[in-house]
Design a protein. Structure first.
Length: 281
């Protein structure tokens, strides 16, 4: 069985980070080993939340895993709670990145032009340092802008602008960058990627569902990774991830009792399993 290790927080309520990565990756038939970076009562979009940092545990977990010679088909980082965790992740990549596996960094820091509570521009610069040692990075437009030190542009940009951003992102050091939340046309949204080894761009768009929920970036990254580890080529894995996010947003937006945080991904797990099977056929 394929196995990945992911390092992110546990937000006890709010459907993001590990509470989506674990079920999504498991549903895709991949063992999901977790290193929790922190335990929060909710994600940080609530006005109040508790935060218990778990940085101290990480070196001991990595030492034990290395001692046992565990192999991971991919290493995946998401929301990281401190600068120290960024350097621990660089260390983890050096120790566990082998021939045949890969690393994926989702530089979770912000959205809609703003950084989440607790992050600043210095953190974004340091996150760019972690992206430099990753194989694949999946920033949204906000995270990419902060890492590159360019102004966030909400809309009205063209393909040249996004292609230049992607080239600058891979110039940080990652082989492949995928920018999420890209929209060239009113009513359409998706992602554009660039593989610096082949010099090829790729992209995928859907009709935009007029609703926004937290945690969809985490679902996107987890689904993309699950697809890649299961052997899908990048373009198929991207399409599955973008379509799954769209299905989740659509279903949630149809529920008048949906509470505005997190999507109803649980009900769509069978959809994801079927779709993965179709793509593998
Ligand atoms: O979904 C991204 C995310 C992950 N983890 C925590 C967050 C957020 C976004 O707000 O607060 C703790």
């Amino acid at each position: 069985m394929k196995r990945i290790a992911t390092v992110q927080d546990i937000s006890c309520l709010g459907k993001c980070s590990l509470t989506v990565a674990l079920p999504v990756i498991s549903a895709m038939g991949v063992e999901c080993c977790v290193i929790p970076t922190a335990v929060l009562s909710t994600h940080t979009m609530f006005s109040r939340f508790t935060f218990h940092d778990l940085t101290e545990e990480i070196p001991a977990i990595l030492d034990h895993w290395e001692e046992e010679e565990f192999y991971f088909d991919a290493l995946y980082t998401g929301y990281l709670g401190s600068r120290e965790q960024l350097s621990l992740m660089t260390d983890m990549f050096h120790r566990f990145r082998k021939d045949g596996n890969f690393t994926l960094v989702d530089p979770v820091m912000g959205d809609h032009g703003r950084l989440y509570t607790g992050f600043d521009e210095e953190f974004a610069r340091q996150m760019a340092g972690l992206c430099a040692v990753a194989d694949i990075i999946v920033p949204n437009m906000t995270e990419a802008s902060f890492m590159l030190g360019v102004e966030y542009v909400e809309s009205g940009y063209d393909r040249d602008y996004i292609q230049l951003m992607l080239k600058k992102l891979t110039a940080l050091g990652a082989r492949c960058a995928i920018l999420t939340g890209v929209s060239f046309e009113e009513g359409k949204i998706g992602a554009m990627g660039y593989d610096s080894r082949t010099g090829e761009f790729f992209e995928y768009y859907n009709e935009k569902v007029p609703a926004a929920y937290h945690g969809t970036g985490d679902i996107f990254a987890s689904t993309l990774l699950g697809g890649l580890v299961q052997g899908l080529p990048m373009e198929k894995a991207l399409a599955v991830a973008a379509d799954f996010v769209r299905e989740c947003i659509l279903l949630t937006s149809q529920d008048p009792s949906a509470e505005g945080y997190g999507v109803h991904f649980e009900a769509l797990v069978p959809w994801l399993c079927r779709r993965l099977e179709q793509e593998q056929a």
